[in-house]
Design a binder for this molecule. Structure first.
Ligand SMILES: Cc1cc2nc3c(=O)[nH]c(=O)nc-3n(C[C@H](O)[C@H](O)[C@H](O)COP(=O)(O)OP(=O)(O)OC[C@H]3O[C@@H](n4cnc5c(N)ncnc54)[C@H](O)[C@@H]3O)c2cc1C
Length: 199
């Protein structure tokens, strides 16, 4: 597949949370990921609700990947090297993606969600301003200038999720904000507030 409704840069906590929702809502969703989530090496994640005995970060991410795929999201082990806006007919964004060997290809999408945590290059590619996130004491994490719980940026169709949105560095909050970003896109496309309630 060389195009999708929604391309997600980063299959960590926030990106996968967003993918579960956009895929379930019927939008073709592709997640590009280098498998370097900050949570992956953590052996005992004790504060993610639903796992009273703790869970490894690797296992939590693996379960989230399965969940996203079960709703139809495609997961690609590729790096997004560059993002351009307004480059293709019909889609608002053109991505350059590369596999582990460095082979590049183009990919187009109408929406892009940047959930790439410490990597702010996708925002810089589009001239979106960033600042050091005041929510993360290390000073090593950037967020979109001003922060955005909705994930919206000043580039139509381009959203941020997870730590790039300015949330505190806790996985459950990154997951919730990633979901919020997906809900914003789904609601915008459907023209009414989106709700997902299982029976
Ligand atoms: C040492 C440490 C311990 C932590 N312990 C806990 C804890 O116990 N509990 C807790 O709640 N939180 C913990 N956290 C915080 C938690 O890891 C983060 O809040 C969470 O991972 C943020 O989610 P995210 O989706 O924004 O980013 P991440 O989960 O880091 O995911 C970002 C993903 O984007 C991918 N990516 C980046 N650029 C590209 C690109 N160009 N192309 C393709 N993919 C790309 C990366 O490979 C990565 O998989 C810890 C963090 C650290 C550093």
């Amino acid at each position: 597949m060389n195009s999708a409704d929604i391309a997600i840069i980063g299959g960590g906590i926030a990106g996968l949370s967003a993918a579960i929702y956009t895929a379930e809502a019927g939008f073709s969703t592709v997640v590009f990921d280098q498998n370097k989530s900050q949570l992956r090496p953590i052996e005992h994640v004790q504060n993610y609700p639903g796992f009273p005995e703790a869970i490894t970060g690797d296992e939590l991410l693996s379960r989230m990947r399965k969940q996203a795929e079960s709703f139809g999201a495609e997961l690609k082990k590729e790096k997004v090297a560059a993002v351009k806006a307004g480059e293709t007919n019909g889609s608002r964004f053109l991505l350059t993606v590369a596999d582990a060997e460095g082979n590049e290809r183009s990919f187009s999408a109408n929406y892009v969600i940047a959930a790439s945590n410490i990597n702010k290059k996708p925002l810089e590619d589009l001239g979106i301003e960033t600042e050091v996130s005041p929510a993360v004491p290390s000073g090593k994490i950037s967020r979109i200038k001003g922060g955005s719980w909705s994930g919206e940026t000043n580039v139509p169709g381009f959203y941020v999720a997870g730590l790039l949105s300015g949330v505190p560095t806790q996985s459950i909050i990154a997951a919730g904000q990633g979901t919020q970003t997906a809900m914003e896109i789904i609601s915008k496309e459907k023209g009414k507030a989106h709700v997902w309630h299982d029976s």
